[in-house]
Design a protein. Sequence first.
Length: 343
Amino acid sequence: MNDTFLKACRGEEIEYTPVWLMRQAGRYLPQYKAVRADIDFLALCKNPRLAAEVTLQPVEILGVDAAILFSDILIPVEAMGMRLVFSDKQGPLLSEPIRNMSAVDKLMIPDVEEDMPFIIETIKLLRKELENKVPLIGFSGAPFTLATYMIEGGTSKNYLHTKKMMFQHSGVFNYLMEKLTLTVISYLTAQIKAGAQAIQIFDTWAGILAPVDYRELILPYVKKVVSELKKEKVPIIYFANNCAGILKDIKKTGADVIGIDWRIDIGDAVKKLGKKIVVQGNLDPSALFLPKEKIEERVKDILWKGEVAKGHIFNLGHGILPETSVENVIAMVEAVHKYSRDN
């Protein structure tokens, strides 16, 4: 098996910099669109055979060094008891947003094997298909990011309901975060036991917070998730979008790898984190619309600056955009492999 990605996660010596992409299985691939033509998104997530098929597509097409489970961060939220639908125009929508203690009381901490058996089955299928190929990454949303969707009822521009709950009804907020923390630990532990060889925790909306609020209200829950998952002895990646202002606090999560979004120079991120941390990132997803020679220049710059870290996994600074050219993605992957071997 190509274990370059796993070695990089552990900060071990490697022949080249491994690369994978957030949302690498998805709407920019014609092969994915062909599968989606006959099934809606949520049904696809819950169909182990098809979810495994689309997970494998970018491994074969792009030549990336890891596969990431095809699913959605809100799957465990639905299993907690909220009705979830996906709208083409509005994105995910959750019924009856969580706004008070009684609503939190009604939420259950799901049993993954009973309430989300399709996740376990998909991972088992993938491990068979990926044998002697590349590792499989499992994932979940972080407690705070999941909480924002549950409180807002979907995405938001200013997260007013979330912040009002944090500041005016801290007991309700903390109760929700405690339930989510237990759910995320259970969910990711089940993924690891089913065969996931690394885990990424997505804290997509952590960057909406002031550093003091992240440090005091969110970080303790992330640390609990990470410390519990450490018992399973697989690499843990923590990705916080818009992370520049909270990197010094993120360093305290205990994660093996820190994912960096594109809004900060990766060299500056390494200076804030220190050279004993493995980093992941951080090409702007929009940079894939540049001519191929310009993409190569961006790749070389990130590789050079990432060299000073304990380890580096190349990735985008956020999910790949649906309009992206597959040819440009392949060119980026090839450039990462080529120029990191040359260094």
